[in-house]
Every structure is written in C-alpha cells, then in structure tokens.
Design a protein around this ligand. Structure first.
Ligand SMILES: *Cc1c(COP(=O)(O)O)cnc(C)c1O
Length: 372
C-alpha cells in the first residue's frame, strides 16, 4: 500500500456541511446572524470581551494596527520569523517594521533584544506567537509599559495557546487570529480580532464595513473603511469548528507526542515548549542537526517517497521585496536565518494516526541517516 501525506489538511465533518447548508437555504449570505454567533462563541473561548470577524488574518492585523493608531513613519517592533502578513500589515500604514531576532528554543522574538531598538518613532510591538506557542509576555509587557508602547498580538498561529494560564489575544490592545485551512481552526479564508476595549471593537467593526457608523445605518460613512467582512458561509464553518476546538487541539497534541516518540533525536532537534506555556501545535517543525545537509534536496527526496515537508518559515527580511526596500542581507538576524535554513515542517493534521507517524518518522530517520 502506498501512502501519501500532505503537509496540512482541514478537519471538516458533517457539522460544517450542515451549518453551511442552513446558511445557503436561508438566503442570507452576508451580514446575517452567523458571523455574530461565531464572534460570541469565539470571544467566549478566548476569554475576551469582544470579537470582530473579518475576511482574513491579514485584514485583522491591518485593522488592529489602525486601532492602535499606527501612522506613516511610525516604527513597529516585530519578528522576522513569521508569515509575511505580520510585517506587511505594518507597511500598509506607511510605518516601518523593526525586526528583533528570535530565541533559538521558542522561535519567538527575543525580548532581551527589544529595548536597543526603541527610539522616539517606536509606537507599538506587534508580537507574533509562532507555531502555537506564546511569546514571553511577561518581559514584553514590562518593556511596553516602560516605554509606553501598544501591544498588538499576531496570534494567527496560536489559537488556544496560553502564557501563565492567560489565553493569547488578551495581552494587548488587540489580538488577531486567522482561519486559513492549515490553522488550528478554519473558515476557508477568515480572521478574528479580539479585544477587551469597547472603543477598539467599535472602530474595527466600522472599519471592516466601509467605515459605516456602528448602528449599521447606510446613511453615513464616518471614516475611510474597507470591505473586510466575513461572509455567512465562512462564519457557519467557524461555528462548527469552534464548537469542537477542545477535541481538535487534543488531537494535535497527540500527533506531536507520536512524533516525539518516533523521530530520531540524534538527527533532529525537536520543538520545545517553554516554561509557563501551554502550546497548541499549529505545525511540527524540527531542526535538522547535520548542518552539511542540503535541506531542499532532502525535501525533494521525501516528496518522492510521498511525504510532503516544507522549509518553514523563510525569514521575512530576506524576501527580495524586503531586501530591496530596506537593504537587509544575510546575517542580519542569524537565529531566525538558522531556523529558516534547517527547519523541516512535517505532515501535521487531524486524521494522522500513530502508525502513520511511525511510518513517516521511519522514512525521515532513514533518509536523514544516509547523509551522516
Ligand atoms: C496565517 C497567518 C497570518 C495571516 O493569515 P491570513 O488569514 O492568511 O491572512 C498572519 N500571521 C501569521 C503569523 C500567520 O501564520
């Protein structure tokens, strides 16, 4: 029997299908009851006062930064080891992303390097909680307070993650989640801004809806807004997903535990959970120990054996657009670059059973050993 393992797959059951059917039959495809219901359930899960559903995580980050008052020529401190959307959303406002290298154990921003980069233009810290694990919020909060900076959380990869028992999304002015099909929960495309501030919520609610006044009258547009609304079909999928979030996160943890059992730790450095963290496992990304390996060749070889793996993630500052715009070069953020160079994201989705992980791990171990 040949098996074929993609890198990610959404977990869709009859629940999603029936909820979407209900929307389609109702004839109300946008601005109906479902997005509100999804927001309420989501806010309750994350423990935030307000949730504002949007069309993507990127849209959510854009609005959260507007709500934090980020303007042209401001500087926003953030991580180079992230999906490009976190940094791009800063550029949308004409502000400048200022990168801080990451910690080698958590892949999250190294808080001890932040203060050196603060100057009179610095307005906010856009914290990225990468791969399902919170950043060191104790240190980051202390710095933000001392220098009077806003915190915005990019929690797009970390739904359900906690730092010292507090859920991510609740540490700053706003937190943003994303629901692309590879995330912990999906809506197809979609995102959510959470906040404990009524003002931030009201502003995001207006901005996602063409700048309309919050009482939903078409009569007035109070500000420059966008169409960043989430449609009702997506919201219906989101409701079904958030209703089974506990099960889904548990399943992901099991897969991680199987990998820990079967992968050869002489060859791979496995992901770690930092103290005070509850980790929710967005992806599983070990680091290849043998630095002489051509990782991309290895990926091609594994692909031939029907196992999809991926370099994950490339460092943002080395994308051609960023190099050209800011003059970044190799060596600017060495830890981030090191992880980018030797990381290997493995198949990781609900439905992978213990014997699948055993099989995948065996192939990875033997393929890696050939290079020793
Ligand atoms: C997925 C993701 C986003 C953006 O999500 P989209 O919904 O694809 O726009 C932002 N930041 C990080 C770190 C992500 O992983």
């Amino acid at each position: 029997m040949t098996r074929n393992y993609p890198i990610a797959k959404p977990y869709i059951t009859n629940k999603e299908i029936s909820y979407v059917n209900e929307v389609l039959r109702s004839g109300i495809l946008s601005l109906g009851p479902k997005y509100k219901k999804f927001e309420n359930k989501f806010a309750k899960y994350v423990g935030s006062k307000y949730a504002c559903a949007v069309s993507s995580g990127t849209a959510g980050l854009h609005l959260a930064l507007i709500a934090a008052g980020i303007k042209k020529n401001d500087e926003v401190i953030t991580s180079p080891f992230s999906f490009i959307a976190s940094s791009n959303s800063i550029l949308y406002l004409g502000a400048k992303p200022v990168f801080i290298d990451v910690e080698k154990n958590s892949y999250n921003m190294d808080a001890s390097l932040i203060e050196k980069k603060i100057n009179k233009h610095t307005k906010a810290i856009l914290v990225v909680h990468i791969f399902g694990q919170a950043s060191n919020m104790e240190k980051i909060n202390r710095i933000a307070k001392k220098h009077n900076l806003f915190i915005i959380e990019d929690a797009c990869e970390s739904l359900g993650a906690r730092y010292k028992k507090k859920m991510v999304g609740n540490f700053g002015k706003a937190g943003v989640f994303a629901f692309y099909p590879n995330k912990q929960i999906t809506t197809g495309e979609g995102g959510m801004i959470v906040t404990n501030s009524k003002k931030v919520y009201a502003l995001c609610d207006s901005l996602r809806n063409q700048g309309r006044s919050n009482n939903m009258q078409w009569l007035d547009h109070q500000r420059l807004g966008y169409n960043y609304r989430m449609d009702e079909m997506s919201a219906a999928v989101g409701i079904a997903q958030i209703e089974k979030i506990d099960f889904m996160l548990k399943e992901r943890t099991k897969i991680k535990q199987h990998y820990e059992k079967y992968l050869d730790t002489d060859l791979l450095e496995l992901p770690k959970t930092m103290p005070n963290n509850h980790h929710t496992w967005f992806v599983y990304v070990p680091i290849i120990k043998n630095k002489k390996i051509n990782r991309d060749k290895l990926i091609a070889e594994l692909y031939k054996k029907s196992i999809s793996t991926k370099p994950y993630l490339p460092s943002i500052h080395l994308f051609s657009f960023y190099k050209k715009k800011f003059g970044y070069k190799n060596g600017d953020f060495p830890v981030s670059e090191h992880i980018s160079r030797y990381s290997l994201a493995l198949p990781f989705y609900i439905g992978l059973k213990k014997n699948d992980i055993e099989y995948i791990s065996k192939i990875i171990n033997t393929t890696l050993k050939k290079y020793e």
